[in-house]
Design a protein around this ligand. Structure first.
Ligand code: SF4
Ligand code: FE
Length: 480
């Protein structure tokens, strides 16, 4: 396994093409807007080296038996699935943001079983190719981005019916030595902190949509691949040099628009090419694993937010008010309900024909459906407890200013024993998670990440076996 330092050094050796605020970024590792997101991924390396976290952060490779980072592992039991969720909660607690590395883990686990089943039916050799790639990932301890979401253009049209056929990523050329792909993937989490990217189709496809039925791995500095960095609310505060005003200046997440402008992929890195009959299950499995993931990561960030709200109450002198106590209880109740679903879909996990473990699909979708709602309510309650000062407070520069500083110290004080600066720091942290850069991960991503609410409702309907429930009712009611 790589140490945190080795991971950061390995990123320096990549030659990525990144654009941010209209300019090419020459040194992403030290860029003030990008660096906090890198620090969050680095935490996945740091904690894997710490004795007390090894149980969650590492496991034995089923390919080599060597100890590997769990983010590069194929889940071999229901307990592995449970440990994955616990690892994600831990990392959410340590970073209060999206630590980005789960997408690749979820893509690899979905591809593991799907390539196995595709080979069985079609006589292809995707599974052994994929295992070869996986072994490299484990041995190099690579960060792998999982790229699913196509830009999709007109949502009422199929991929091939779009005015521009590139709005879904597709194969534009097949050669003896590999394929050439063109298209774009949106909302790509952590991609510029990654060594590799695994691309997958975004929707179930029909027989005549074979060019779009493609999955492959490419290095993030592959020729023709480049990134346009997404803006986040309040992102340029990171350029101002004020740790307080950023709220969480050490950690963050990021998303990019990734452009695949005629990227060549050798055959040994192609894991699906034209097998439209396996695209639906690949999409469902990846989404299922990532819906499980949210029952861990969002809960960890929720822990930080609940802690911050509780401190804000202490600093405001409201901690003993019964309605504040009740609001904190409600936040905990909602957060632990999310966790319960993450654990439940994991402990009900079962083996696939390939031997790896899959989550209970119904419960994973219920988990994510709750995630589209509860973080919003938790955020609402945190804002309620924090008070309006969270968004009307002056800057750190005003706190440090000779003329204004003493008045901010005096008039923005809450409980006398608490320094005003502490109160400001906690309010800015709540602002960061609910409205600032981390709100991408905690709020809007809770809605849309791993699929929007309606995507889960379709799966819940499909998985619920209503006919069996009708039979239960018929039996009890005495209907033949
Ligand atoms: Fe991991 Fe959560 Fe970020 Fe997805 S949103 S990559 S599960 S931390
Ligand atoms: Fe996500």
């Amino acid at each position: 396994m790589k140490t945190e330092e080795q991971y950061i050094e390995s990123l320096r050796r990549l030659n990525l093409e990144i654009y941010l605020l209209g300019e090419r970024v020459t040194n992403p590792v030290d860029h003030p807007i990008i660096r906090p997101s890198l620090n969050s991924v680095a935490m996945t390396f740091r904690l894997a080296q710490e004795e007390k976290y090894k149980h969650f952060m590492t496991t034995a490779s089923h390919l080599t038996g060597k100890t590997i980072n769990r983010f590069t592992a194929i889940h071999g039991s229901a307990q592995d699935l449970v440990n994955k969720v616990k690892m994600q909660r831990l990392l959410g607690q340590k970073t209060a943001s999206c630590f980005q590395r789960c997408v690749g883990m979820d893509a690899m686990n979905a591809l593991y079983s799907t390539t196995f089943e595709a080979d069985k039916k079609h006589g292809t050799s995707y599974h052994s190719r994929f295992k070869g790639f996986l072994q490299n990932v484990q041995e190099e301890d690579w960060v792998v981005d999982g790229a699913m979401t196509d830009v999709k253009g007109d949502r009422s049209l199929r991929p091939g019916q779009q005015a521009d056929p590139d709005l879904y990523l597709r194969v534009v050329e097949k050669r003896n030595d590999g394929i050439v792909v063109r298209g774009a993937k949106a909302h790509q989490t952590g991609m510029v902190n990654s060594h590799e990217v695994i691309a997958m189709p975004t929707i179930a496809l029909r027989d005549d949509e074979k060019d779009y039925a493609v999955s492959f791995a490419a290095p993030t500095d592959a020729k023709g691949l480049f990134f346009i960095y997404g803006r986040q609310s309040c992102d340029t505060r990171k350029l101002e040099g004020s740790a307080i005003d950023v709220g969480n200046h050490q950690y963050g997440g990021h998303e990019v628009l990734a452009i695949f402008d005629e990227v060549f992929v050798p055959w040994e890195r192609v894991f699906l090419c034209g097998e439209t009959d396996f695209v639906g299950s690949l999409v469902e499995r990846f989404a299922g694993y990532h819906r499980q993931s949210y029952g861990g990561c969002k809960v960890g960030v929720g822990d930080v937010l609940i802690g911050a709200a509780s401190l804000a109450a202490d600093f405001n002198g409201t901690a003993k008010a019964s309605h504040i106590v009740d609001k904190l209880i409600e936040m905990i109740h909602l957060n632990e309900t999310l966790y319960s679903c993450g654990l439940a879909c994991s402990s009900e996990g079962y083996p696939t024909p390939a031997g790896n473990y899959e989550i209970d699909m119904l419960l994973a979708n219920v988990c994510k459906q709750n995630v589209t709602r509860f973080p919003y309510e938790i955020a609402r309650l945190a804002e309620d407890i924090a008070g309006g000062l969270m968004v009307t407070m002056p800057s750190e520069k005003d706190l440090r200013n000779e003329r204004t500083g003493p008045y901010i110290q005096k008039y923005l004080k809450g409980v006398a024993s608490i320094p005003t600066e502490h109160r400001m720091r906690i309010l800015r942290l709540i602002e960061n998670i609910t409205l600032g850069t981390a709100a991408v991960g905690y709020r809007t991503e809770s809605m849309h990440g791993a699929g929007p609410p309606q995507a889960q409702r379709i799966m819940i309907r499909r998985q619920a076996d209503l006919e069996a429930k009708k039979n239960l009712a018929r039996n009890i009611a005495g209907i033949e």
